[in-house]
Design a protein around this ligand. Structure first.
Ligand SMILES: NC(=O)c1ccc[n+]([C@@H]2O[C@H](COP(=O)([O-])OP(=O)(O)OC[C@H]3O[C@@H](n4cnc5c(N)ncnc54)[C@H](OP(=O)(O)O)[C@@H]3O)[C@@H](O)[C@H]2O)c1
Length: 210
């Protein structure tokens, strides 16, 4: 597939690029910092730009089969980065006839268990979560072929090649942590699978804690 990755230089984004290239996808990386991708071979292209700028997205989106967006705000303060990126992508994708979009989110947006962990996470990440929730709603109402992939807590351990996924607000199994490498694998699995269109799925590490 011809994939555009927004948030390509991030800790998950970098895994999406590397794994996606290995799977044979033609990947364009969108980033404000192209220099962060120096040395990465096999990309179909790099577009320098800011996802908050419609003109930058118009240079990048046309001609792709799908967009994977993995954007995260830089700090804990009030933010509209994720919801504004989502709004901008919807505008430009509709203009250019690109319909498929897969986006990252957090399980905490919809989870109620484990109560203490979810409550603490909302206290700490309130601004980012509020914006993620806005972005989810905007995308679900977009009319595009969307998928939302909500992760549990991420770490940078090596990938295991396995994850637990479900379609429930609270995890039905798996581990409370997930490696970014395995999250990237899941994002690619979802973008490749048309059955995932219109679905929000939760992802945990594979090892059961039960
Ligand atoms: N941390 C967790 O435990 C956790 C849990 C659940 C879900 N998540 C979600 O998982 C995703 C991946 O997290 P991560 O830790 O791998 O991310 P990260 O390393 O913090 O990377 C963030 C990315 O966002 C991009 N970005 C930010 N503002 C941008 C803008 N205006 N235009 C274009 N790109 C922009 C950055 O790209 P450039 O600077 O190169 O432009 C960077 O590549 C995030 O969406 C996060 O919400 C995280």
């Amino acid at each position: 597939m011809k994939l555009l990755v927004i948030g390509s230089t991030g800790r998950t984004g970098r895994h999406v690029l590397e794994q996606g290239i290995r799977r044979g996808h033609q990947i364009t990386a969108f980033t404000r910092r192209p220099e962060a991708l120096a040395g990465l071979e096999g990309l179909a292209g790099v577009v320098q730009g800011d996802a908050l700028d419609l003109a930058d997205l118009r240079k990048a989106v046309p001609g792709h089969d799908a967009v994977i967006t993995i954007v995260s705000p830089p700090n804990l303060g009030p933010t509209t980065v994720i919801s504004q990126t989502t709004l901008n992508l919807i505008t430009v994708m509709k203009e250019s006839g690109v319909r498929r979009i897969v986006t990252t989110s957090s399980r905490s947006i919809v989870a109620s268990r484990p109560w203490l962990a979810v409550t603490l996470a909302w206290v700490i990440f309130r601004a980012a979560y509020a914006d993620l929730a806005r972005a989810e709603g905007i995308l679900q109402a977009s009319g595009l072929d969307w998928s939302i992939v909500r992760a549990t807590m991420l770490n940078d351990k090596p990938g295991s090649g396995e994850v637990h996924t479900d379609s429930e607000p609270n995890p039905t199994g798996g581990h409370w942590q997930l490696s970014r490498a395995d999250y990237a694998m899941t994002l690619l699995n979802v973008v490749e699978d048309p059955h995932m269109i219109g679905k929000a799925i939760g992802v945990n590490g594979a090892r059961s804690t039960r």
